[in-house]
Design a protein around this ligand. Structure first.
Ligand code: PNS
Length: 158
């Protein structure tokens, strides 16, 4: 069984993330989307539990994707759950610079390899933080995040 983890803060999940999860699910037998962060703290727009719930809703149609959360070191989770791969999306060279040391550190700590999928060009400029900013000032992010996330963001700000 090849189990891959897609880790991230996902505050909130975007259609760019969702595209990566689904493409990972086509290559690995099981994919766990892992929301990282302290589950008892609310430091972003959504709590860790709310982020998990939203991702569960938008991945419900893919049978080999599950969703979990973790407040510790990523490699402790991968070792405990026999995860053989991490999968992340790359939008640009900026992402590459950010991801490279983490991938190398994770491999050094546990032997787990990170696989990078190039972000679909439609989502090249999409990020959770940019979407939150647009929504905060009344802009529309329909099509960039799932519809349930658009509604949840509007509710948070109302
Ligand atoms: O969505 P993000 O913020 O880019 O995700 C970064 C994430 C969550 C993958 C990274 O911060 C992480 O792995 N956090 C868990 C703690 C950890 O293992 N840190 C060392 C990474 S080398």
């Amino acid at each position: 069984m090849t189990i891959a983890v897609c880790p991230g803060s996902f505050d909130p999940v975007t259609n760019g993330h969702l595209d990566i999860f689904k493409r990972a699910a086509a290559h690995f037998e099981e994919v766990i989307v892992l929301v990282t962060g302290n589950p008892t703290k609310t430091s972003g727009m959504f709590s860790v539990k709310e982020r998990v719930q939203l991702i569960r809703q938008v991945t419900a149609d893919v049978s080999n994707i599950s969703v979990d959360f973790w407040g510790g070191l990523l490699v402790d989770y991968t070792t405990e759950h026999n995860v053989t791969a991490l999968v992340k999306g790359l939008r640009s060279a900026l992402d590459y610079e950010y991801e490279l040391p983490m991938a190398q550190m994770n491999r050094r700590l546990s032997g787990v390899d990170t696989y990078f999928l190039l972000t679909d060009e439609k989502y090249g400029y999409t990020s959770s933080s940019l979407c939150k900013e647009v929504v905060k000032y009344g802009g529309d992010v329909t099509g960039l995040v799932p519809d349930v996330v658009v509604a949840a963001m509007k509710e948070k700000l109302s």
